[in-house]
Design a protein around this ligand. Sequence first.
Ligand code: FRU
Length: 478
Amino acid sequence: SNWTVEQRYRRVEQISQNSIDAMVKLRKQDAGYPDYHIAPKFGLLNDPNGLCFFNGEHHLFYQWTPVGPVHGMKYWYHLSTKDFVHFEDHGIGLHPDQDYDSHGVYSGGALVENDNALLFFTGNKRDENWLRVPTQCFAKMFADGKIEKHGVVIENNHYTEHFRDPKVWKQGDDYLMVVGAQTPEKTGSMALYRSRDLMNWQHKGPIQTRYNNLGYMWECPDFFEIGNQSVMLFSPQGVSSDNPYDFKNIYSVAYLVGDRLNLDSAELENHQDITQPDYGFDFYAPQTYLDDSGRRIMIAWVGLPDIDTPSVEHQWAGMLSLPRELKIQDGYLIQSPLSELKALQGEAVAVENAFELDTTSFMVQLETDTKTDEFELTLANAAGDNIVFSATATEFILDRSKMSQLYAEKFGCVRKAPRLSTKQTIEVYVDKSVIEIFINGGKHTMTSRFFIDDLNLLSITGDVKTVYHSIGPIKGLD
Ligand code: FRU
């Protein structure tokens, strides 16, 4: 788009009420604006940030550019919910109001401790030559909801200007932090830091794995334990693959499952091959947290850096994925939508062949049996514009080459995923302009935006038992 740097970096106080009203008006007219996914009122949403369960509620923040549907001055926008049905809108949680974050409060994670939630973030500052001067910082959120910045705790002494997105956890008496970092040799890495007091951080170096040479930058690192295993989850840039499934988007998401993090050698011991959680077109920067019932919950950005979606015409861009509970099985992360979402579902309706949709916010469950090889699920309009999810005996295929509005065609209009078994229950969540498909028992998903004008038809071919539920809107955000 043709925005100047000055325009992109306009601060929220510099945006007139008229301009905000005009953006909101256009957004409200957009048939593609979701009902049960979190999206910005106007402007651009990217990464989920500061996810935590704190003071009896789930807190979600996201990267937000208020000035318009572009990447520019970044804020943390704050929401909370007890049940993922009713949300409270807290407005901006963190403003770029310090010298060290003069060009944006960038991504990071939260650590809940005692009566506070510590919100770690990257202070993104640019110098006179527009070079980034990133630092790792934190703010404190108190039980009454107030948020106060503490300031910088880590300066950049070991990496190139690409050094951001801190995630902190506690292990015994140690605090550990991973940061997405580009080494001086220009490779992507997860930089590890260790601290006893949250103020002084010792640099342990990039976490050692068999993938020390994968891509030029890893954004949005996460590190967590699940079952008896340790998981490194990250968003690598500059990775491609010859196989038909992996690393087809401009940037990707991947994870490594290992036994444990050896703090002396900074090595993820005994880890498996790299795996992708998602095979769709738009999935990036996932972050996880633990809630009060011990669930590991993951939320991602349904979107990608450097890709514009058609919703920019309506002055908004980006949404968050459904919250997904993670488990681990056979070395795979197993993803399933949080059970809370069932409260939004209408009655089950059996689907035979074709179905005229009276709402485009719904889910369908497809049950294949051991004899079902091929099937095809099509979402279309009267003119025949469509998106097709289909399967062969060995693959799942998502084809958006016949949407009304194409984008990112340069990266292809078809994505494929391996089909790990013939018999399975597949869940397809559709919400206006987003589709999230849970396949292979949750071992994989296919998450994508799609744009079909006047979408009103669902059809299914093949021997699959199909059940439809409408899904009502989440409440409290307008
Ligand atoms: C990932 C990312 C992060 C950065 C943030 C800025 O999408 O580039 O690395 O912190 O977005 O908005």
